[in-house]
Design a protein around this ligand. Sequence first.
Ligand SMILES: NC(=O)c1ccc[n+]([C@@H]2O[C@H](COP(=O)([O-])OP(=O)(O)OC[C@H]3O[C@@H](n4cnc5c(N)ncnc54)[C@H](OP(=O)(O)O)[C@@H]3O)[C@@H](O)[C@H]2O)c1
Length: 298
Amino acid sequence: MHILVTGATGTLGRAVVPAFVRTGHEVRAFSRASHPGQDVEWVWGDLAWGKGVHGAVRGVDAIIHLATLARKGHRPDSVDLAGTRWLLDAAGEAGVPHLVYVSIVGADQAATGYLEDKLEAERLVRESGIGWTILRSTTFHQHLEVLLQELAAYPAIPLDRSIPWQPVCTSEVAACLIDLVAAGPERGVIEYGGPEIIGMEEVIRTWLRARHLHRLLLPMRYPGGRWAAQRAGWHVTDATPLGRISWREHLFPEPPEPSDDFAIEHTASPTSPATQPDLDPNSHVYGGDEGYERPTRL
Ligand SMILES: NC(=O)c1ccc[n+]([C@@H]2O[C@H](COP(=O)([O-])OP(=O)(O)OC[C@H]3O[C@@H](n4cnc5c(N)ncnc54)[C@H](OP(=O)(O)O)[C@@H]3O)[C@@H](O)[C@H]2O)c1
């Protein structure tokens, strides 16, 4: 299928674009910057102003709409609202059969600020007249790391033990999006979360260990409505299936399994570094064996 991905350069987009390419889809990626690319057709545009949108939606079978700009407060001119409107109008005119919008678990319960924009954008999608699916995800691993990096800027990290998280791996969200596109417009809201609900203390301690950092933890209760919603469990889900990659596995990834080609890759050719230890192991082409390139493992 021919797929348009908005927000293709973002945290989720960077997992979604290669996942769709790997599964044989033609991907058109939308961005405010220009990007070179062989496997992906990059198109320039700015959703906030509707620029480049009509050309971007032309001829696609589905749109994965990830573009967002999280700012404080409810913003009628936000990418999630104004941008979603531009996109839906253009998609409707072009006859695009399916748009998948990615939202956040709890957007319907804790609808304040940015989440108010997400919920309103969900409504625009549902009422657009084009086929739709909404995927509400829990927090991405990388997003949680950014939050922890901010907290770790101080000598002591404030710790609210009553805060639950359900972090999820973006490549698993990407796989879920591939399934949703294959299923076609279901006109349904689907929730997707990480494999476990873990407390803030475990989140912080595991992260500090993984990043070889030492900080004092300062027990306290985080103030404000955003944390009250998190404390109330509005941003976790018991929907199944869940992702499988835990916070710990994200932070301490297993080394990759050797592939079936391992033996072949490591069989020394007559001119390989193994048989000629004096050669520079970092040089890619070894003299005397034309065309021989050092195999590169992913
Ligand atoms: N982060 C989380 O933990 C989380 C959890 C659940 C759901 N979600 C949702 O998942 C989606 C993706 O989130 P993310 O974390 O991957 O976002 P992100 O990393 O902040 O990336 C935002 C993307 O939006 C694009 N964008 C921003 N302004 C734009 C504009 N005016 N026109 C066109 N594109 C624009 C950016 O592209 P360029 O800069 O290249 O233009 C970028 O690719 C969002 O809808 C978010 O609400 C996120």
